[in-house]
Write a protein that binds this ligand. Structure first.
Ligand code: FAD
Ligand code: UDP
Length: 386
């Protein structure tokens, strides 16, 4: 008998499990995968190098609350991520900055001159509706084509004009020399890795973890009061409105018999190769080792759902699922897949912390839900059909 069944042991589910357990609630946390940590899971590979199974994860946030909360379960290793892009046969900083412009165009401009240069290239667009508008509005067509058009096509199989402005707006443009990928106040990596951090979060007598289990297989055999669901929202509702597009990736790992393989944590390839970027984990983890492991990211349509695809028609479709989710009693949806939001880790933690506060504020006893999932879901689906 559990107070909460939590589906998904990534950031969204694990934060809630930890908070609820500390609040004296009995929690069953299940995941269909064989491990906790969701997409942030890391492990030592057969050569003894710490790698991120689902691609490079770098922690950054402006939220002191989120940073301090996670800091209860890990020490932080200071780390500021830097990325170079392979463009015109050179490796230049991305986000575009003063050094990028000077290297690409063979100039020696100062910050004010770079700002003026970018202004002279920018083609102002109003309103800024999509990711093409965002970039061209700031830096003009040439830099857009060098850095964004090809990368975006590979990553999403869409032209930037088909994606919400928020996607390309993740990448700033700078006229100074700041070459950090993120500008957040708090940046770092869990000193012993993400999985160790998750293990500490979930190490509580009120939390039972069940792995290798899809919730639909067992939900009707369990007794619990509430569900917190962090998987894909369309799957929860049996795809009743059709599939929500999620973009997937294939990760190919390569270990090299040398200490260092590339000049920085990540190299982006906007224009060549089928992969988008290559990341060398030792930069992120700080591990000392005679060998080094890289991961290559190959975007694909099929496979695990990693990215919601932010564009108007998908927002419309999600809205329908959201209405079902809002109507579901004692079922709460949180996290990147369940709320169909292109969230970073810190945003997911903040979302779950805020759901916890709501649950605690509304803490009234609810009847046990058991064997009722099919009734509840089919009732909701019926109601939407009528
Ligand atoms: P997830 O981590 O996806 O966890 C959901 C869990 O639910 C999964 O473990 C899944 O197996 C389980 N699940 C789903 N359905 C079911 C079911 N039916 N039954 C049982 N279990 C189920 N963020 C950053 O802040 N910095 C980064 O550098 C960064 N890099 C990223 C790189 C890549 C390649 C990707 C894909 C994401 C990156 N992110 C990064 C985003 C980050 O991964 C997410 O914000 C975060 O992991 C989302 O946590 P979540 O718990 O919502 O989802
Ligand atoms: N992007 C790009 N070129 C780059 C880096 C990013 O076109 O060199 C665009 C691309 O559409 C990408 C988006 O900006 O999907 C967001 O990039 P980010 O690095 O934040 O992606 P994530 O780490 O979430 O995969």
């Amino acid at each position: 008998m559990f107070d909460y069944l939590i589906v998904g042991a990534g950031f969204a589910g694990s934060v809630l499990a930890e908070r609820l357990a500390a609040d004296n609630k009995k929690v069953l946390l299940i995941d269909r995968r064989s491990h906790i940590g969701g997409n942030a899971f890391d492990h030592y590979n057969s050569d003894g190098l710490l790698v991120h199974k689902y691609g490079p994860h770098i922690f950054h946030t402006n939220s002191r609350e989120v940073y301090d909360y996670l800091g209860r379960f890990t020490a932080w290793r200071p780390y500021e991520h830097r990325v170079l892009a392979s463009v015109d046969g050179m490796l230049v900083p991305i986000p575009i900055n003063l050094n990028t412009i000077n290297a690409l165009y063979g100039m020696n401009l100062d910050a004010t001159q770079v700002a003026g240069f970018l202004e002279s290239k920018a083609e102002h667009r109003s309103p800024v509706r999509n990711s093409e508008d965002v970039v061209i509005n700031k830096v003009g067509k040439d830099l857009y084509e060098k850095f964004f058009k090809g990368y975006t096509k590979k990553q999403w199989d869409l032209d930037p004009s088909e994606l919400d402005a928020s996607v390309a707006a993740r990448i700033p443009t700078r006229s100074n020399r700041d070459d950090r990928y993120f500008a957040d106040t708090y940046q770092g990596m869990p000193a012993e890795g993400y999985t160790k951090m998750f293990e500490r979060m979930l190490d509580h007598p009120n939390i039972k973890v069940m792995l290798n289990t899809d919730y639909k297989e067992i939900v009707n055999q369990l007794r619990f009061r509430k569900i917190i669901y962090t998987g894909a929202v369309d799957y929860y509702f049996d795809y009743c409105y059709g599939k929500l597009p999620y973009r997937s990736l294939e990760f190919r790992f390569e270990t090299k018999d040398k200490e260092t393989a590339q000049a920085t944590g990540t190299i982006n390839f906007p224009n060549e190769h089928p992969y988008t970027r290559v990341t060398e984990f030792k930069y992120l983890t700080g591990q000392q080792h005679p060998k080094t492991t890289l991961v290559y990211e190959y975007p694909q349509a099929e496979g695990d759902p990693y990215y919601p695809v932010p564009r108007p028609e998908n927002a419309e479709l999600y809205k329908k699922y959201q209405q079902l989710a809002d109507a579901a009693t004692n079922v709460y949806f949180t996290g990147r897949l369940a709320t169909y939001r292109y969230y970073n880790m810190d945003q997911v933690v903040a979302q779950s912390l805020s759901l916890f506060k709501k649950l605690r504020a509304a803490a009234t006893e609810t009847p046990l839900l058991n064997g009722s999932r099919n009734d509840v879901v089919s009732d909701l689906i019926q109601r939407k059909i009528q």
